[in-house]
Design a protein around this ligand. Structure first.
Ligand code: SDX
Length: 435
């Protein structure tokens, strides 16, 4: 129990109340206000959850002031260089980095689940070819639940485990199918002799008429992109997955809800929106027009935002943005695109913004989405697929956080309250008496 407390006193005659304060292993203390309503008849008010810890977790820690991101205590800078994505998945799911034998066993298990039921193909046929791939992905991931009636008992640890494996294993297959469907090419089955990321690249860019040539630099770059996007504590989509899961919904439905939330341009849709922004500035005239665009962004009458900049938690540089910029350099160098106009434009835009008081005062720095679109475009991934790749990567974070919550015997259904300021009680008038 806690030996430190917070006391709330009221000027309206409500008796003051003490609340315990808990310390985490790192990060801000929390005030346990669960008894507030029962003892005072009052709610807290925190739209956007600016000051609210919605849960207890051991998975990912972010220090927004220091620009630090830890997966199970390991700095993202070390994981991105020393691990691959499936090792990172093992770490997020199990809490420890795998030994070589455990890693090989995990990779083998995931690899054996990369195919989807043949009838899944029929779901794609129902979409227009020009449907946004995220609309398709929300649909087909939710539909996975229709194929696994034998393992949807969320209180069964084995069912939770196989669902996590199936989701991690099948997301690349489904994302690649969404892409192939959009361009009218045949679906490419997984080739299990390949690594996770190489398998995905082949399903995306291979075709039945010729062998697909693996480019190790691009495969490693994709693997790093997946690592950087794997988890990020209680962001909007992860909070959605937890809230959906708190009702007892099956994991496939919860992940589909997370995908829907990630789609928003303020969240995972920012990488696509960032590239659209860079293209718009390019069409305006490129580097010479950056000042004009920044002026729009500062204009409160304008809805223009500097996409890929700013973050609710990071009030310093997003450590993932630095690693993503390095990956950008590597990929553009490998592809002979060092003079890529969009990359040069983005670096100039970043430099100007970081020197501008508007952004400095508001502690707005590049986030993970600022460079990820440029590197994915260079790799041949179409802009409207960027957020699908983000969803692919974040699936392990979502399912790890979901598992952590469901495995806690004390979890409750999430049910926030409100500050109501609508119409008070009144009687219905008959239709002809209404004005
Ligand atoms: C992700 O939560 C996570 O962890 C998310 C994520 C993850 O891995 O899960 O990190 C992934 O979603 C990264 C963020 C991607 N989104 C974008 O790049 C979109 C652009 N950024 C903004 O929409 C915004 O910065 C948010 C949504 C990311 C954060 O918004 P906040 O914390 O609610 O901050 P705010 O909107 O209250 O902004 C504070 C001020 C405001 O100005 P004032 O009203 O004080 O004058 O900063 C301004 C905002 O107008 N501002 C921006 C800006 N972001 C904030 N102004 C211009 N351009 C921007 N990008």
């Amino acid at each position: 129990m806690s030996d430190t407390k917070a006391t709330i006193s009221f000027t309206d005659g409500t008796p003051s109340v003490d609340f315990p304060i808990y310390k985490g292993s790192i990060g801000p203390d929390v005030i346990d206000i669960r008894k507030l309503y029962g003892q005072t008849g009052k709610f807290t008010f925190d739209p956007g959850f600016m000051s609210t810890a919605a849960c207890e977790s051991k998975i990912t820690y972010i220090d927004g002031d220091r620009g630090e991101l830890l997966y199970r205590g390991y700095p993202i800078e070390q994981i991105a260089v020393q691990c691959d994505y499936l090792e990172t998945c093992y770490l997020l799911l199990n809490g420890e980095l795998p030994t070589r034998s455990k890693r090989d066993q995990f990779v083998g298990t995931v690899t054996k689940h990369t195919m989807v039921h043949e009838q899944m193909q029929r779901f794609f046929q129902g979409f227009r070819r020009d449907a946004h791939p995220m609309a398709v992905l929300v649909g087909v991931v939710g539909a996975l639940a229709a194929f696994y009636h034998d393992s949807l008992d969320i209180n069964n640890a084995a069912h939770r485990e196989i669902s996590a494996i199936r989701l991690i294993a099948k997301m690349p297959t489904l994302v690649a199918m969404a892409y192939k469907y959009s361009i009218g090419q045949p679906f490419i089955y997984p080739k299990n002799s390949l690594s996770y990321s190489a398998n995905f690249m082949r399903m995306m860019f291979g075709n039945p008429c010729e062998d697909y040539e693996i480019n190790d630099v691009l495969v490693r770059a994709l693997d790093r992109i997946l690592i950087l996007h794997a988890d990020h504590e209680q962001n909007a989509s992860t909070s959605t997955v937890r809230l959906a899961g708190s009702s007892g919904a099956n994991p496939f439905a919860c992940i589909a809800a997370g995908i829907a939330t990630l789609w928003g341009p303020a969240h995972g849709g920012a990488n696509e929106a960032c590239l659209v922004m860079l293209n718009d500035i390019q069409k305006m005239g490129g580097v010479e027009k950056i000042g004009e665009f920044i002026k729009q962004v500062k204009d409160k009458q304008s809805t223009a935002k500097l996409m890929g900049f700013g973050h609710r938690v990071y009030k310093n540089y997003d450590p993932r943005a630095k690693l993503m910029r390095e990956t950008c350099h590597e990929v553009l160098g490998e592809l002979g695109l060092g003079d890529d106009p969009l990359f040069k434009l983005s670096m100039k835009l970043e430099q100007i913004a970081l020197e501008d008081d508007y952004f400095i005062q508001r502690k707005l720095y590049p986030n993970v989405d600022f460079y990820s679109g440029i590197v994915q475009k260079a790799m041949g991934i179409p802009t409207d697929m960027f957020t699908c790749i983000f969803a692919l990567a974040r699936t392990v974070g979502w399912i790890s956080q979901w598992t952590e919550m469901i495995a806690d015997p004390d979890y409750k259904i999430g049910r926030p309250r409100q500050l109501f300021n609508g119409a008070t009680r009144r009687d219905v008038l008959p239709l002809d008496q209404r004005s």
